[in-house]
Design a protein around this ligand. Structure first.
Ligand code: IMP
Length: 192
């Protein structure tokens, strides 16, 4: 079985490849000759994941899945949410994004937040969706140098360290993306 993962990110591809059974051949966008940036014009994570997977399935006639992730902060009514990558501007700068969050939460007691990943899968003419969530809190300042994006300001529930401090294998086990991928993998294993 061949499936496209609609990503240009080699780290994401590697992470998923390691979890999939070896009889599933995972192709990246580069592998199928798609070098464009598929526009994420949806207003929700679900819409964006579907837009990307549908684009590939329609243009290339291939089974495909794609993911979209956001950080949703309770006190900010779910912001930055679907706009997480560009929260502080089009440069998609992680330090600027974190600084903006910390400024907005300055003096606010409720620091609850969650990361959410949505995976949309087009397989044999059917659409399927998988979600992964990790609850946590936003710290008062950035701690740790590991991970990426908002990791240094996000402390997952049940842990005293941020994603920026925790080892990658622990993050992958409990993270939003890890959980969504685990659901996708067990679905695909049943279909083999
Ligand atoms: P994407 O949909 O995976 O590209 O994620 C959108 C944005 O959410 C990224 O640019 C990051 O700012 C943020 N993000 C996604 N996943 C993570 C994560 O695991 N840790 C921290 N930030 C993340």
């Amino acid at each position: 079985m061949k499936i496209v993962f609609a990503t240009h990110n080699p780290n994401k591809l590697k992470e998923v490849k390691e979890l999939l059974p070896s009889n599933i051949i995972l192709l990246s966008l580069d592998d199928i000759g798609c070098f464009e940036e598929i526009p994420e014009t949806g207003k929700t994570l679900e819409e964006n994941a579907k837009i990307k997977a549908d684009h590939i399935t329609k243009q290339y006639g291939l089974d495909c899945f794609s993911d979209d992730t956001g950080l949703l902060i309770d006190a900010l009514d779910g912001a930055p949410g679907v706009y997480s990558a560009r929260y502080a501007g089009p440069k998609k700068n992680a330090s600027d994004n974190m600084a903006k969050v910390l400024k907005k939460l300055d003096g606010i007691q409720n620091r609850s937040a969650h990361f959410k990943t949505v995976i949309h899968l087009n397989l044999a003419g059917e659409a399927h969706s998988f979600k992964g969530v990790v609850e946590g809190t936003i710290t008062e300042k950035a701690i740790g140098t590991g991970g990426f994006g908002y990791d240094p300001i996000f402390k997952p529930e049940g842990f005293s360290k941020t994603f920026g401090e925790l080892p990658l294998d622990i993050k992958n086990e409990i993270s939003h993306r890890g959980r969504a991928i685990q659901k996708l993998v067990s679905f695909l294993e049943k279909r083999m």
